[in-house]
Design a protein around this ligand. Structure first.
Ligand SMILES: [Zn+2]
Length: 180
């Protein structure tokens, strides 16, 4: 999944969860949306520079930031830290949701395509994380190969529609900050 698609996927999953679960809120709050986006972007922000600039001798672009060995403790620390801060409690949960949704959604194509060795990133460095092979072909229509990149576009478009209909949470605080 493209780094930019992850916040979209996280938003769709989180918004669906709020609607399905018996929670007080029906749509994501401003704080939850911003925390969700940061959480969903963080794995690639950590791992891609490590890999592409050779900062550490890592085998692929899915290592530290994609491994549950680091993501689960980081999620717990974030939830506890937010509980002790003046931020609303659910903001920590939203950050953890974004983080973990990134690893979960990166795991979906390898599972669907039966390429289980790719799932090694989930427990790196205990298991080997093979280099990411990119988008996978799905089917052909009129000579055009439809790949998982098309799914990325659909997810992002759907997320933008749902976010817009939810009242664009997270936008107002950002605008206020920029306008200050
Ligand atoms: Zn990723």
């Amino acid at each position: 999944m493209h780094p930019v698609t992850h916040p979209g996927a996280a938003y769709l999953l989180y918004a669906a969860w709020l609607r399905l679960a018996d929670t007080d809120r029906r749509t994501p709050s401003d704080g939850a949306t911003l925390a969700l986006v940061v959480g969903a972007l963080l794995p690639d922000l950590v791992d891609k520079p490590l890999y592409h600039y050779g900062l550490l001798d890592v085998p692929s672009g899915r290592v530290l930031g994609h491994s549950l060995i680091f993501l689960v403790p980081l999620s717990v620390v974030a939830i506890v830290a937010v509980r002790r801060s003046s931020l609303p409690d659910h903001v920590g949960g939203a950050f953890a949701f974004g983080l973990l949704s990134h690893a979960a959604t990166d795991a979906v194509p390898p599972i669907l395509f039966g390429q289980f060795d790719e799932l090694g990133f989930l427990l790196w460095p205990v298991t080997h994380s093979p280099p990411y092979v990119g988008y996978k072909p799905l089917f052909e229509v009129a000579g055009v190969t439809v790949t998982t990149m098309w799914v990325d576009f659909l997810v992002l478009a759907a997320a933008l529609v749902v976010w817009w209909r939810d009242g664009r949470p997270g936008l107002a605080p950002l605008r206020n900050r920029v306008g200050r």
